[in-house]
Write a protein that binds this ligand. Structure first.
Ligand code: CTP
Ligand code: 5RP
Length: 387
């Protein structure tokens, strides 16, 4: 195993990543650049950084932002606990931002600490949050062999050229062409040399790093078929699409919390059974006295949805019930604390009558639970819902 690599990673001396995030997001519109737009409680750029930092064989991650967003980016890194990330200043175009990012490995003028020059550098737009390790590995290995590599996708529409009079000049045969996406990877020396040699025109109007490697270093990039999730958030509708993918991935798992009273444990079990065909479920029964510490541990796991259930049996002699306000206040407090980590907590009171089949009530409680976690409405967190 080489330094910088790991068992599952490439046998490359060191791999680093540069994430350009210095744009203003004109096509999306709005005051906030798209990379800082909040999606399910977290800025878009943080999802991309997280996707890249999960890859253990990527040693350094450079995020390039415009000068006015340096502090914002640093606070995002701090808030979401990102590791191995260095922030640097971008330029007025994407190419200039990427070049600034690459300079950190060669010139130490922007940074107080020296970053190890990588053998291969990955370039990935900060506004493509769904990048997976598999495609990163493929482009890195291909770059090691060919000098440069990039993810591609089939074209959705045919590309046409218009003449000066605004009429069709010619159209390209769609099957012969591909959309160039990200990530791309390069032998560091190749892409750095290309950026050093390219013209101001390239830096100001170019949109393709692979092209620079070809033009200035005669390197024909290997093209690697990517997945549909690699698309770039460009327009407002893309932000909605990203939100719905993120929401969906956060809604795959639920944790049911009950206390240890037999009746509640039993109803918790039925709810678990009713939900498990639709979603991954975990049920935890804990006594009230141990709850505080225990809940802290549970909430620091991987699950983003919790329901704390309680049960009320409504017999004819016992028609009214009271809510334990102390319990409710505690649950609300937890809900408020963990909401910052995108974890949503609900209270669910399952109220049933002794003459009514319990299973039916549990089924409607399951439907209510599913609606809550699919919707992920942060305003409802900490609320007590009654089934
Ligand atoms: N001066 C720039 C311009 C763009 N980018 C980054 O390059 C990526 C892809 O660019 P694009 O989608 O074009 O972003 P914007 O330039 O922000 O969008 P628009 O063209 O709509 O203004 C984005 O992560 C963007 O932040 C950058 O680092 N520096
Ligand atoms: O297309 C690309 C690859 O070739 C780049 O991903 C890049 O996003 C293009 O940026 P822009 O939309 O700003 O030109």
């Amino acid at each position: 195993m080489e330094p910088g690599g790991c068992d599952a990673g490439p046998t490359v001396k060191a791999v680093a990543a540069v994430l350009p995030a210095g744009g203003s997001g004109e096509r999306l519109g709005g005051a906030t650049p798209k990379q800082f737009c909040t999606v399910q409680g977290r800025p878009l750029v943080s999802y991309t950084v997280r996707a890249v930092e999960r890859v253990s064989w990527i040693s350094d991650i450079i995020v390039v932002v415009s000068p006015e967003n340096i502090e914002t980016m640093k606070s995002i890194i701090e808030k979401y606990g990102h590791k191995r990330v260095t922030v640097t200043e971008g330029g007025i175009t994407r190419h200039r931002s990427i070049f600034n990012g690459l300079k950190l490995f060669s010139e130490n003028k922007f940074s107080n600490h020296l970053l190890q020059k990588p053998e291969v550098v990955v370039i990935h737009d900060a506004v493509r949050p769904f990048v997976e390790e598999d495609i990163l590995l493929k482009v890195v290995m291909a770059a090691k062999e060919h000098g440069a590599a990039g993810a591609i996708r089939p074209l959705v529409s045919t590309v046409i050229a218009s003449a000066a009079d605004g009429c069709l000049d010619h159209s390209l045969e769609r099957t012969k062409y591909r959309a160039s996406e990200m990530p791309q990877a390069f032998l560091f020396d190749i892409i750095y040399q290309a950026y050093q040699q390219c013209t101001d025109y390239d830096l100001d109007y170019g949109t393709e790093c692979l092209h620079l490697a070809l033009k200035y270093c005669k390197t024909n990039a290997k093209l690697v078929e990517g997945t549909a999730d690699l698309w770039k958030v460009t327009y407002k509708r893309d932000l909605y699409a990203a939100e719905s993918i993120i929401k969906d991935s956060l809604s795959q798992q639920i944790c049911i919390i009950t206390d240890v009273k037999e009746a509640v444990v039993q109803v918790g079990f039925l709810l678990h059974e009713s939900l498990r065909s639709q979603i991954k479920v975990e049920t935890i029964s804990i006594s009230l006295s141990k709850r505080d510490n225990h809940l802290q541990n549970i909430f620091s796991g991987q699950c983003y949805n919790f329901v704390c259930i309680n049960v009320h049996l409504n017999t004819s002699e016992n028609a009214s019930f009271s809510i334990d306000l102390e319990e409710l206040t505690k649950m609300k407090k937890f809900a408020r604390e963990v909401k910052r980590k995108n974890i949503l907590v609900y209270g669910l009171l399952i109220q049933y009558k002794d003459y009514f089949p319990l299973q039916e009530t549990v089924n409607s409680a399951a439907a209510l639970t599913m609606a809550l976690i699919k919707d992920r409405n942060p305003e409802l967190t900490g609320q007590l819902v009654v089934a």
